[in-house]
Ligand binder design. Structure first.
Ligand code: THU
Length: 137
């Protein structure tokens, strides 16, 4: 697991390069590993109408879903002010946790990239008692 998690962390850091964030000046990259073995990248995309901004995680997730993926295994996220190296970790926002849950399990890994490596969480830890398909039956 360590090798693929290291690869995922590096991909998330690199994905920051594609961020469009002129308003917050905060750049985020995400790398989503699916059951197929494929990795999908995302970065945050801001808008002059601020509330239309989309987080890096959801960009990666929607790319994966529209390519047919239905099984999320792990996501790495890396964020820092534009032009700065990733150092302080941050946790993914609540909306992204909920969207990630659609095709995840409580064991799906969330890697929050730090300066040296990553902090490892599970979705079950970050979104306990989440709303899901089971509630609509
Ligand atoms: N952002 C993300 O991309 N992911 C998160 O989980 C939290 C926040 C972005 C949205 C916005 O472009 C910038 O970071 C500042 O909130």
């Amino acid at each position: 697991m360590k090798k693929i998690y290291d690869e995922l962390s590096l991909a998330a850091k690199r994905a920051r390069d594609s961020a469009y964030s002129p308003y917050s000046g905060y750049t985020v990259g995400a790398a989503l590993l699916c059951g197929s073995g494929k990795i999908y990248l995302g970065s945050n995309v801001e808008n002059a109408s601020f509330s239309l901004t989309v987080c890096a995680e959801r960009v990666a997730i929607f790319k994966a879903i529209t390519e047919g993926e239905r099984d999320f295994r792990a996501i790495a996220i890396a964020g820092a002010k534009s032009g700065e190296e990733v150092s302080a970790p941050f946790a993914p926002c609540g909306s992204c946790r909920q969207v990630l849950a659609e095709f995840s399990s409580p064991d799906t890994a969330i890697l929050v990239v730090t300066g040296e490596g990553y902090d490892l969480y599970t979705l079950g830890e970050l979104l306990p008692s989440g709303f899901g398909k089971k509630d609509l039956i």
